[in-house]
Design a protein around this ligand. Structure first.
Ligand code: PXG
Length: 467
């Protein structure tokens, strides 16, 4: 009997893994998944979580190095968050914000978010997800230019290998060719430039020089399509799903300069970076940019409830408000009272426990020190860390690369899962984004597990004759 999973009185495990896997395979089509391949192997069923750990239905304890999907920032089983949702459900489980009505948590949360956002950003529009936040921004940015009598300003410039969501606009903004190949994307008016990935594209240049070069691609694109046609530029402060691409320090200030020079709106997609992930409330505060829009989701509720939204800078909000006329856009659950009550509690805990500062001053520097030690591993080409995100490149030598067909990332990810730590593989990049509450001792535990999995990956590749 495995003591870590609940058993019935007669000693049977409470979870019938095979039966749940059969239901899952027969009826549940998973996101970003090869349906047929998954049905053949069966899903791993996660049944519970506490702190930085989750447990599967067979009782294996796993250190969640990805905070769920970059979102469970306060870790699992924070009773205060569950209580806040429960209390709000009893008080008022739902009311809409459409017809000149509001609710207390939605109003308070908007004010609270404004208090941690950059000073020039004081208005919030609510959605349910990061994708919806970005769709909302596309419509809001274009409406702004309509109201400014520049309706031809429709083009939004994004970047290859960005991730901005899976809705029609979100997937179009995303720079992933596999997504664009399905569903006739991108939608009109969205174009892409290169990403600031020094390791891949910056050979022969210092990081600083490459940052300026990569930002310069924005100016080239603006001039190519005509500055008078460009509405906005969108970027994640640090690209998440693309593989934790941390830009050179020169990159964002130069992007800001270019946006200012051509009067172009700047969109900071903070669905991952927002609410403390980089050791600041928002990534734009770390990099010193002045966005017109911030997209947020995920960490605003630590993932306990689906909630997203847009924070709007004054120069746009003032025009939208002063012009009068309806903004014809919104969702049934915009400003959901339960999500907003939970988010308020989440932010209260982040503030009162000083978690953002602790990340910046203590745990992120410790993570950086320990993670960079992996650079001596024979399978690791580079290690990069900022705040509570980190990535390494698997490579057979310092600047050599593996053949993508070998799928070394997937081999490493399998070893991680089997050995009790969750890491994401993006091509040959292995990435982590642990809960913001992870302690130094847990960072040690995580790094020991990661090193072991790198060793196992190395050994497997050797046996296969691939290194
Ligand atoms: N913007 C960014 C920067 C994101 O990371 C979205 C928008 C879309 O949010 P929603 O809530 O609509 O999913 C995201 C989502 C991955 C992975 O594999 C990352 C995301 C979603 C799913 C998978 O790393 N990020």
């Amino acid at each position: 009997m495995n003591p870590s999973i609940p058993h019935s009185d007669s000693g049977e495990p409470l979870y019938d893994t095979e039966a749940i896997q059969a239901l899952d395979a027969a009826h549940y089509l998973h996101p970003f998944t090869d349906f047929k391949a998954l049905a053949e192997v069966g899903s791993r069923i996660i049944v519970r979580g506490e702190g930085v750990y989750v447990w599967d239905s067979r009782g294996q304890k796993i250190l969640d190095g990805m905070s769920g999907l970059w979102n469970v920032n306060l870790g699992y089983r924070r009773v205060e968050l569950a209580d806040a949702a429960y209390r709000q459900m009893l008080q008022l489980p739902f009311y809409n914000s459409f017809f000149q009505t509001s609710n207390i948590p939605a109003a308070k949360l908007a004010a609270t978010i404004a208090s941690v956002a950059p000073d020039h950003m004081r208005r919030v529009f609510y959605c349910n997800s990061g994708s919806e936040a970005n769709d909302t921004i596309v419509r809001m940015a274009r409406r702004y230019w309509d109201l400014k009598d520049q309706p031809q300003r429709k083009i939004i410039i994004s970047r290859h290998n960005a991730y901005h969501g899976s809705t029609m606009a979100g997937a179009s903004l995303s720079g992933m060719s596999g997504m664009h190949a399905q569903g006739g994307l991108p939608i009109p008016g969205i174009v892409h430039i290169g990403q600031p990935y020094h390791f891949e594209d910056g050979a022969g240049l210092t990081s600083e020089a490459f940052g300026l070069k990569a930002a310069g691609w924005l100016e080239e694109k603006i001039l190519e399509v005509g500055p008078e046609n460009v509405a906005a530029f969108i970027g994640e402060p640090v690209q998440g799903a693309g593989g934790v691409i941390i830009p050179p320090v020169t990159y964002w200030p130069e992007i800001q300069r270019i946006c200012d020079a051509y009067g172009i709106l700047l969109i900071s997609d903070e669905v991952i970076c927002g609410f403390g992930r980089l050791g600041s409330w928002f990534g734009c505060q770390h990099f010193g940019t002045r966005p017109d829009f911030i997209a947020f989701a995920k960490g605003v509720t630590s993932g306990y409830f689906p909630l997203g939204g847009v924070i709007i800078g004054d120069r746009v909000a003032d025009v939208l408000i002063e012009s009068g006329g309806e903004f014809n856009h919104g969702f049934t659950y915009s400003g959901h009272p339960v999500g907003c009550a939970l988010a308020l509690e989440n932010i209260r805990i982040l503030r009162e426990e000083g978690i953002v500062e602790r990340v910046r001053l203590e745990t992120a520097p410790y993570l950086a020190r320990r993670f960079h030690e992996l650079a001596d591993h024979p399978l690791v080409a580079i290690t990069e860390v900022l705040g509570m995100v980190a990535g390494l490149v698997l490579a057979p030598g310092h600047r050599e690369r593996f053949d993508p067909a070998l799928e070394v990332g997937m081999i490493c990810r399998r070893h991680c899962f089997e050995n009790g730590v969750i890491m994401r593989a993006v091509g040959d990049r292995m990435i982590i984004a642990p809960p913001l509450v992870i302690t130094p001792a847990q960072i040690d535990e995580m790094l020991a597990l990661i090193r072991r999995c790198l060793d196992l990956t190395h050994a497997e590749l050797k046996v296969r004759g691939q290194i």
